[in-house]
Design a binder for this molecule. Structure first.
Ligand SMILES: Nc1ncnc2c1ncn2[C@@H]1O[C@H](COP(=O)(O)OP(=O)(O)OP(=O)(O)O)[C@@H](O)[C@H]1O
Ligand SMILES: [Mg+2]
Length: 282
């Protein structure tokens, strides 16, 4: 287990292009959000650079999904500012977010179990061919070919693109959901707990896909993850959200799983985290 993670870190060091000089794609400053009287986001300040993979970690109920839903246009923040490529950003709806190039893969994946992989990839925008020049039929051949090419490009191995989604493993399903989200060439891909409920092998499939995207540096990724060891494999930076605030922002290669656990156990307020960081000299 340790060997695998060390190897992938070494691999990451040598084959992932540097982010030096990359401009911010997204910034959020003091973003607040309450559900009724309950403040959930108390002032989230963070940024994501172009091509960067940011791991967002934090306890249950810390506000991670709520923040993601603000970025996805589902919730409007109560306060604070956001910018997108240097310009003020206000997202009115999920469609608005998508139009900006923000795609989100939620935990339920929103795939249709009883449809095949290629039907899921083309859902709602199926190509039509005319039988005998008249009768409109969905062009399954084209969908299959394009799905196969696209999955190959992303390094996703599937025996058949005609398999029903219900027959795929958890990791394969997650990969298909990511591939579908990537079809519109988003600038920001958000993944809410892509590794939850996946075993080690299945999780490795998804992490491999994220690493592949990271090497290309064409899309920024915010990935919510619970297991610290997994974030070290594929992320450039780690943000720790606690009680609706980012209390730690650290480059992945400047910390370790042990340090992170030490910090998280330190008491978790901003002050406690700052002291723990100082004591471990991150
Ligand atoms: N629609 C909602 N209405 C009211 N309260 C909500 C709503 N969604 C979330 N909450 C509350 O807001 C807080 C933050 O929830 P959120 O789902 O953002 O946390 P999270 O960090 O994603 O947690 P987890 O790791 O368990 O997924 C929780 O106390 C939750 O109960
Ligand atoms: Mg959540």
């Amino acid at each position: 287990m340790t060997t695998v993670s060390t190897n992938s870190r070494v691999d990451a060091l040598f084959s992932v292009p540097s982010l030096e000089g990359a401009p911010d794609l997204l910034t959020a400053t003091d973003v607040t959000k309450s559900y009724g009287p309950n403040p959930v986001l108390r002032g989230v300040t963070m940024h994501v650079r172009k091509g960067e993979v940011l791991a967002l970690v934090g306890d249950n109920g810390a506000g991670k999904s709520t923040f993601i839903k603000v970025l996805a246009g589902f919730h409007q923040p109560d306060g604070g500012q956001m910018t997108w490529e240097g310009q003020p950003l206000q997202l009115k709806s999920p469609t608005d977010a998508r139009d900006h190039g923000i795609e989100t893969v939620y935990q339920d994946l929103a795939l249709i179990d009883d449809l095949s992989v290629f039907q899921n990839m083309f859902l709602g925008r199926e190509p039509i061919k005319r039988y005998g020049g008249i009768l409109p039929l969905t062009d399954n051949g084209t969908m299959k070919r394009q799905t196969r090419t696209y999955l190959d490009q992303l390094g996703i191995n599937l025996p058949s693109v005609s398999s029903l989604v219900r027959d795929l493993s958890g990791g394969q399903r997650q990969s298909i959901a990511v591939a579908r989200a990537m079809q519109s060439n988003p600038k920001l891909l958000i993944m809410d707990e892509p590794l939850a409920a996946l075993g080690v092998r299945e999780g490795a499939l998804v992490l491999g896909l994220v690493q592949e995207l990271r090497k290309r540096r064409q899309v920024s990724i915010i990935m919510i993850v619970h297991n610290y060891s997994q974030v070290f494999e594929v992320s450039d930076r780690i943000n720790f959200l606690h009680s609706g605030e980012i209390v730690l922002d650290v480059d992945t290669d400047k910390t370790s799983e042990e340090e992170l656990i030490h910090i998280v156990k330190s008491g978790l307020g901003r002050q406690a985290v700052a002291e723990a960081v100082a004591s471990t000299q991150i």
